[in-house]
Write a protein of this length. Structure first.
Ligand SMILES: *[C@@H]1O[C@H](CO)[C@@H](O)[C@H](O)[C@H]1NC(C)=O
Length: 242
């Protein structure tokens, strides 16, 4: 793709002290190098990125999203389960028409952000960008069962992190909504939030189990019910409230 790395790598070693019960219990080191390239300065979206978001904010958001993802996946409680990548590189680029409608995607640990999406976005661009970064960083740091986990689940887990961080995208369905779990994304994120209420730490434990493979039996192992049963009960719970 001929992407030019315009910024030098910035290794951020952030120490985040997290308080629990008044006592500092853990220090999180971030041995990940974050870098940002804006390859779309000839487009409205690239200029909007430069003026309204900027490289510094993007890097800071990537490091915050890293710690948040590890925590959402409970990876700090099981240090061996923490997924670490040497670097995360965010590239703002004008994607071809094949990617119309795509806001972003990851390839390895490179986050590709579609400048055309940013340029056409109506609303709070910085907030939307922040949500995208949480989603994409979570996608990099989640386990996928060696690629065996279904897309509804992996997209749902990444959007669960985005949702927990408070950056839901405009237009997402609400809790209990959605026709089918197969849609993944927001629908699955809310469903996983429900499962996590049934069993605290569920999403983290599921992610932990997905280090090396995936089977549908993981839901039964953790919650005593299969996905279809859980989905029906989830829908019934919200139908009653409506
Ligand atoms: C993803 O990365 C690989 C390896 O660097 C490259 O060959 C491939 O073209 C990339 N795919 C996309 C869609 O960017």
């Amino acid at each position: 793709m001929g992407l030019k790395r315009q910024s030098c790598l910035l290794a951020i070693l952030a120490v985040v002290v997290h308080m629990a019960g008044g006592a500092a219990v853990e220090a999180v080191e971030l041995p990940i190098a974050y870098s940002v390239s804006n390859n779309a300065l000839n487009t409205k979206g690239g200029i909007d990125f430069q003026n309204q978001i900027g490289e510094w904010y993007a890097k800071r958001t990537m490091s915050k999203a890293t710690v948040f993802s590890w925590r959402a996946f409970n990876q700090l409680s099981y240090p061996g389960s923490k997924k670490i990548v040497p670097s995360i590189w965010l590239v703002v680029e004008s994607m071809s028409e094949d990617y119309n409608g795509y806001a972003a995607y990851i390839n390895g640990s490179i986050v590709h952000i579609n400048a055309n999406y940013l340029g056409q976005y109506n609303g709070d661009l910085k907030r939307e960008f922040t949500g995208l970064v949480y989603n994409q960083v979570a996608s990099i740091l989640q386990w996928t069962g060696n690629g065996e986990a279904p897309a509804w689940l992996t997209t749902g887990m990444a959007d669960y992190v985005r949702m927990k961080a408070g950056y839901e995208a405009v237009g997402w369905v609400g809790a209990g909504e959605g026709e089918s779990l197969g849609r993944g994304f927001d629908v699955a994120a809310h469903f996983l939030g429900y499962c996590n209420k049934l069993k605290r730490g569920f999403v983290g434990e599921l992610n932990y189990k997905m280090r090396n493979g995936y089977t549908v039996g993981y839901f039964v192992d953790l919650l005593g019910k299969n996905v279809d049963q859980l989905w029906s009960e989830y829908k019934a719970t919200y139908a009653k409230r409506a």
